[in-house]
Design a protein around this ligand. Sequence first.
Ligand code: SF4
Length: 286
Amino acid sequence: MPEAIPESLQQKIEERLRYYQDLGIRLFYRDRVGQESSSAENWPAAVEDMSSSIAQQLTPAPAKINVTTPSRTEAAERAMPVITPPGASLFDEMDKVKDDTLPKILEDIGECTRCKLHKGRNKLVFGDGSGKARLVFVGEGPGADEDAQGLPFVGRAGKLLTQMIEAMGLQRKDVYICNVVKCRPPENRTPEPDEVQTCSPFLLRQIDVINPKVIVCLGAVAAKTLLQTNRGVSQYRGEWQEWRGRRLIATYHPAYLLRNPNAKGEVWRDLQKVMAELRLQPRKKS
Ligand code: SF4
């Protein structure tokens, strides 16, 4: 007779499975517990082992960056530094990809308490814009204005982003804007790795549902999260990357531009590349 699982452990397993179910994961391929442990005393270690195995599968392998010599031609530009898409991960295998929707993701997030950022949250900031956008902007996390309104990029930095979008010949409703973490970090600090790791699967689902042609990462947190790299964003800012079958470019966060207005020209050059990719015409000055 197999020994009964202690109740506390059972709860832990149920919580863990609910968490992965929320992320859309319903299939597990390994039965490490069954293979490696048959005694109740060994269950905690075995469950931790299983959890870390799943976490490893959820976390894409560090991306390889192949640096090539920049060129002025478009063909050469496409061959510029490429972040190799991570290998098959459990996330890629999820059956949710077929039927996922933005409302479903929002429902799965619910009144989220999965990471400590929920403690200071006023309103969760899911995202805003067109669910069929060809262009998605990804920022870091909500600030005070966003937390109060439940909308991304509505403060001073948000107004600057809106101006940038309009200068590209678009309106906010034409694009989709979201963040790596959905709840405001205290004092607007940078989200911590565990918060990013916990929340970012929802971002990946959002991007997969919207299926944009181009993703613009606003700042280091967004770029490092999506590209799974620790390289400083200045090393690849403005260079096209291939990301899960889409084109991705990283540029400075509008909040950085508020502090460093001289960098606006660099960001505008990055956005002009996006405009060329999407065949957009800049807004005519009135
Ligand atoms: S930041 Fe994300 S994971 Fe953390 S509580 Fe908010 S929604 Fe949940």
